[in-house]
Design a protein around this ligand. Structure first.
Ligand code: HEC
Length: 154
């Protein structure tokens, strides 16, 4: 192999690694993203649990935040090796995520779909529909957690 070819291959490898970031950064961003998503999900739950003081604006803001996070390309934070290691704390991603790529992809896509659907329904202000779709959204969180997140730190 010519030296230029080797250098070029090395640069490409470096490029690929840089775009996803070091493992600890991927885990950090992932944990941050889900904490943010969880915060917004709790805000919606609080609103729906208190119909007398319910703020549709707060639901819309939280729904848009969740959809934005879902659409931000979270897949980039699931690079190889990120089932082991530490971000803000030890990761809870199960190795099954990499062993069952089809199932993992399905769970991620389902969440994406529900997050975007929920943002649309939140904008209509129809509380009955919002409740129904919120159930679907949180079901998509749960099904991914059940399959791919450790209950406690390993
Ligand atoms: C595609 C799978 C997947 C989906 C969908 C998903 N999560 Fe998670 N979630 C994870 C994984 C994996 C972790 C552990 C991340 C880590 O430690 O590296 C996690 C962690 C969390 C955490 C803990 C964050 C921390 O580190 O303290 C919260 C809160 C959370 N998710 C809430 C949610 C909510 C709410 C939804 C839905 C609106 C959701 N997640 C959807 C996979 C998912």
């Amino acid at each position: 192999m010519k030296i230029q070819t080797i250098l070029c291959a090395l640069l490409m490898l470096q490029g690929a690694a840089a775009s996803a970031g070091p493992i600890e950064d991927q885990i950090k961003f992932r944990q941050s993203a889900y904490s943010f998503i969880g915060w917004n999900t709790n805000k919606i739950k609080t609103q729906l649990d208190n119909p007398d003081t319910l703020s549709k604006e707060e639901i819309v803001a939280a729904a848009n935040a969740i959809a934005a996070a879902a659409n931000s390309g979270l897949g980039a934070l699931y690079g190889p090796g990120t089932d082991k290691g530490e971000g803000w704390k030890k990761t809870r991603l199960k190795s099954e995520f990499f062993e069952k790529p089809e199932e993992a992809k399905k769970a991620a896509l389902q969440f994406n779909l529900e997050a975007n659907e929920f943002a649309k329904v939140a904008a209509t202000g129809d509380v009955g529909q919002i409740k129904a779709k919120f159930g679907k959204l949180t079901q998509s969180c749960k099904s991914c957690h059940d399959s791919f997140r450790e209950k406690d730190v390993k």
